[in-house]
Design a protein around this ligand. Structure first.
Ligand code: TXA
Ligand code: MG
Length: 323
């Protein structure tokens, strides 16, 4: 049952159809406040496998399971006090928690890539929430892009990237946050930031009164990245991306930031003319998509300050620059 208002009847019946597709083991792309997700019933191994197939994603990369609220999360994973405090403060919203799976969780092992932990998040987007309630299932969903490509922030990006590999695309317009959720591991002695994202580190630290261990410090002893999404070339566009550009060539596209964009590029997109990092985060992937489609020799990106949401933006840009 959909227990809150969605604007129109068409959206309600689209959600019903999408929920039916999920229950019968199909794939649904749906909007969240961060980016579009490629969803499947998290309890269905075959459906989860279809996600990997559609994305062409390496099997070892675990998925985020989306739930409605903390009580649904606590049924799937061990739920420490810290998780409860964080969820009370930031759910629904762009925060993913890494927790220890319960044996009887019913969640496909494939969603955890065979590991002992599970990533859980309650998304805030009304269509995502409506879909979760109507399907009455936890939904496993990575970002709805081909593996290694830029995350989609519009239904059109999903169509271009995945096309008929997905059964239904729910169109909720552009995603307001625009970068993926912040991934926080709460299974260790201290909370560890595995992926900077739509919720700034500072906001988490302020809420819990504790500094977060960064991925490097929290990583295991073999020095492997703990979050496979930290693999260097995870967000690669087709074109070569040049970081911290202080000048730009005539045959390059420019990803600008701030009130003084470099001059001379053949095409330009400005993340935020006023230097607003929240606006820049919301624009990041759609502008990268746009510039990546241009007939240019490469993309030059102006520097973005690594503070607040700028940390996630710089992280994504750095990875997009690795080939
Ligand atoms: O905003 C988001 O998080 C979007 C929307 C759709 O919710 N989803 C998303 O999913 O970005 P994905 O699969 O593209 O990224 C999930 C990240 C990856 O970096 C993955 O390695 C990490 O979460 N992750 C998932 N399960 C994990 C686990 N058990 N332990 C450590 N990291 C995990
Ligand atoms: Mg992704």
């Amino acid at each position: 049952m959909i227990d809150f208002a969605i604007a129109d009847e068409a959206a309600v019946s689209a959600v019903r159809e999408a929920a039916e597709v999920l229950r019968s083991g199909g794939l649904v792309a749906f909007p969240t406040e961060t980016v579009y997700g490629l969803g499947a019933a998290a309890t269905n191994d075959h459906a989860v496998a279809l996600i990997f197939e559609a994305k062409g994603r390496p099997r070892f990369n675990p998925l985020i399971v989306h739930v409605t609220d903390p009580s649904a999360a606590a049924a799937i994973a061990e739920w420490p006090d810290l998780a409860d405090r964080l969820a009370a403060r930031f759910w629904p919203g762009p925060l993913t928690l890494i927790l220890r799976r319960r044996n009887e969780s019913g969640i496909s092992k494939l969603a955890s890539a065979g590991g002992e932990t599970i990533a859980l998040r309650a998304p805030a987007h009304p269509l995502a929430r409506a879909l979760l309630l109507e399907a009455d299932l936890p939904i496993a969903a990575p970002s709805a892009n081909q593996a290694g490509r830029i995350s989609p922030t519009t239904a059109d990006h999903v169509r271009q990237g995945l096309g008929d590999r997905v059964d239904v695309i729910l169109d909720g317009g552009a995603c307001p946050v625009g970068v993926e959720s912040t991934v926080l591991d709460v299974t260790g002695e201290r909370p560890a930031l595995l992926r900077p994202g739509g919720l700034a580190r500072h906001d988490i630290e302020a809420a819990i009164g504790e500094t977060l261990v960064s991925n490097e410090a929290g990583g295991d002893t073999k020095g492997k990245p703990r979050s496979p999404g930290q693999l260097a070339s995870h967000y690669a566009p087709r074109h070569r991306l040049r970081l911290n550009a202080r000048d730009v060539a005539a045959d390059e596209a420019l990803l600008a930031f701030g009130s003084a964009p470099l001059k001379g590029a053949s095409v330009i997109a400005n993340l935020s003319e006023t230097g607003n990092l929240t606006e820049a985060a919301a624009n990041l992937f759609s502008m990268l998509h746009h510039l990546d489609r241009q007939d240019v020799a490469g993309i030059a990106a102006m520097p973005v300050p690594s503070i607040g949401l700028g940390e996630a933006i710089c992280d994504r840009l750095k990875r997009a620059a690795v080939r």
